[in-house]
Design a protein around this ligand. Structure first.
Ligand SMILES: [Mg+2]
Length: 236
């Protein structure tokens, strides 16, 4: 029996119209964030390092961080229709996020769409025993230090289970997971990378566009992918 494809979906800037982790940083972290933003934009630190450093300069107050996340989160148009389509098609919708992560479930619950999500791979941000904000990355690769959440590994695992993967995202860090996708739905920076690396991709603006994407076959991406999640991680 052939399994229906899975949708692997980024959260920030994909399901939500803005990147909540970035909004928290620029809205609440104050001057301490400026140096972090500078080195990250110059690609001197990877996303995982960005998370760890930014957590140190954010207010160590989960109630404040969560209330602002809920206030700022807008779900991108078409997401409900897309979820209905995926359910009818028998395709799991799996979220993989490399942001602070704590706000994903509350935002989905607020908008009444948590139950339709098959699984969420996310980082864990919480107040530790010393009262400090801390980020744990339980889905990081064992060797590679680039991503906090190894989305490429989730894509590869789904393919090994016999599901083709449609990767949906917006950001530059999505390029690693997307490079393993059987088809990529890309917007913003991910669309630029999709052109640069010749991914099999469709441009999208809202989730209704993704309903029209036809189901791909499983393809071997081991040569063209940007990283080896079952090996050492990033290809140099
Ligand atoms: Mg994103």
């Amino acid at each position: 029996m052939t399994l229906t494809p899975a949708y692997l979906v980024d959260f920030d800037g994909t399901i939500t119209t803005v990147d909540i982790s970035y909004e928290l940083a620029i809205g609440l972290a104050g001057e301490g964030y400026e140096d972090i933003d500078y080195v990250y934009r110059r690609k001197e630190i990877p996303i995982r390092e960005w998370l760890m450093r930014t957590a140190q300069v954010l207010p160590h107050d989960m109630d404040l961080l969560l209330s602002k996340s809920l206030e700022w989160a807008v779900i991108r148009p078409g997401f409900n229709r897309f979820l209905e389509h995926a359910l009818k098609q028998g395709s799991p919708v799996i979220i993989a996020s490399d942001g602070f992560g704590f706000y994903i479930e509350p935002i989905l619950r607020k908008h009444g769409i948590f139950e339709q999500i098959s699984y969420i791979y996310r980082n864990d941000t919480y107040i530790n025993a010393n009262g400090n904000l801390e980020v744990k990355t339980p889905h990081a690769h064992g060797i590679c230090t680039v991503c906090g959440n190894c989305k490429a590994l989730h894509v590869v695992n789904l393919k090994e289970q016999g599901r083709a993967v449609i990767y949906i995202g917006d950001g530059s860090n999505d390029r690693y997971g997307a490079s393993w996708g059987d088809h990529v739905c890309a917007r913003d920076q991910l669309a630029e990378y999709s052109r640069k690396y010749n991914f099999d991709y469709s441009q999208w603006s809202n989730f209704c566009d993704i309903i029209d994407v036809s189901m791909p076959e499983i393809k071997d991406r081991s040569e063209s992918s940007l990283c080896c999640p079952l090996g050492k991680g990033i290809k140099t």
